[in-house]
Design a protein around this ligand. Structure first.
Ligand code: SAM
Length: 256
C-alpha cells in the first residue's frame, strides 16, 4: 500500500527536478551513453524483442523508454510526476515514436511481457516494495521478465560520495529514498514465486556519468574499467547499482 506522505514528498521533489534540471542533466553525453548501455543490457537480460509489450514503472521523462521503443512492440511508461509525463510525451512526439505511451500513475491496465523499473524500487516504502512482486503477477504474462536497477546498500561509491560531495548527493535524492539490500530485495520476488536473481550493473561508471564534465568518452572508459572490476567478487560486492532479473513462473503459489 503506497504511503500518501511519501507520495506527496516524491511528487514535490520530482516536479522540481523535472522543471528543467533533469532534462539538461540527462542530455549530457555521458548520461546518453549510459542510457544506451542500459537499454542494451535490459534487452539482453529480459530477452525483450519485436513482439514484447513493456511496462516501465517510475519512467521519469522516458529517456530510457524512448531508446528502447524501436526494439520492442510497445512501451507503456507510468510515473507519479505530471511534469515527467508531459516531457516524455513531448519527446515521443518530437522523435516520431508511435509505440511509446506515457501515463501518470503507478500502474497500467493489461498484461506485459517485460516490466522494468529503473531507479524506482528504492523510492517505494518497505511495505510497498514487499507487496509489488505479488501485484506484478497480475501484470505479467507467464514467462515474462521483471528487471530493476537500484543503488546497493553496500556500494563503495555511496560511502565516498557522502564523504566528499554530500551536498550534490542530496540534490539528486528525495527525503525517503534509500539504498537497498540486493538479496533482501530479491527475496521479495522469490517469495512471490518468481525465479529471481541479483546481478551487479556497475562499480563507478554510473556515478561518474553524473559528475563533471560528463563526456561520453569518460563514461565509456569508466565502463570498460567497471566490466573488468566486476569480475572480482570483492568489487562486485561493493558495486553501485544492482539489478533484479525475475521471471514469472507458470505455477505460482496461491496469493494469500
Ligand atoms: C529516480 S527517478 C527514476 C526515473 C527514471 N526511471 C530514470 O531512470 O531517470 C524515480 C521516479 O519514480 C517516480 N515515482 C516515485 N514513486 C512513485 C510511485 N509510487 N509511483 C509512480 N512513480 C513514482 C518519480 O516521480 C521519479 O520519476
Amino acid at each position: 500500500m503506497a504511503d500518501p506522505d511519501i507520495l506527496a514528498r516524491e511528487l514535490e521533489h520530482h516536479e522540481k527536478l523535472y522543471a528543467g534540471f533533469a532534462q539538461s542533466h540527462f542530455a549530457r553525453p555521458a548520461v546518453r551513453v549510459l542510457r544506451h548501455h542500459s537499454v542494451a543490457r535490459i534487452l539482453h537480460l529480459t530477452g525483450a524483442g519485436k513482439n514484447s509489450r513493456v511496462l516501465s514503472l517510475g519512467c521519469g521523462i522516458g529517456d530510457t523508454e524512448l531508446l528502447l521503443a524501436p526494439y520492442v512492440a510497445e512501451v507503456v511508461g507510468v510515473d507519479l510526476s505530471p511534469a515527467a509525463v508531459r516531457q516524455a510525451r513531448a519527446d515521443a512526439e518530437r522523435l516520431g515514436i508511435r509505440n511509446a505511451r506515457f501515463e501518470r500513475g503507478s500502474d497500467a491496465e493489461g498484461r506485459f511481457d517485460v516490466v522494468m523499473a529503473v531507479f524506482f524500487l528504492h523510492h517505494l516504502s518497505d511495505a510497498a516494495l514487499a507487496e509489488l512482486p505479488r501485484h506484478l503477477q497480475e501484470r505479467m504474462e507467464t514467462g515474462g521478465v521483471f528487471y530493476s536497477l537500484d543503488p546497493s546498500r553496500r556500494r563503495l561509491s555511496g560511502a565516498v560520495g557522502r564523504l566528499l560531495i554530500p551536498g550534490m548527493m542530496k540534490r539528486y535524492q528525495t527525503p525517503d529514498e534509500r539504498e537497498l539490500d540486493p538479496e533482501q530485495t530479491c527475496s521479495h520476488f522469490r517469495d512471490a514465486g518468481f525465479d529471481a536473481r541479483v546481478e551487479m550493473y556497475d562499480f563507478g561508471s554510473s556515478p561518474l556519468a553524473g559528475l563533471l564534465p560528463g563526456w561520453a568518452w569518460g563514461y565509456r572508459t569508466a565502463r570498460i574499467v567497471d566490466d573488468w572490476l566486476l569480475k572480482a567478487p570483492p568489487f562486485r560486492r561493493r558495486g553501485s547499482n544492482f539489478e533484479i532479473v525475475a521471471r514469472r513462473l507458470p505455477h505460482q503459489p496461491p496469493v494469500p
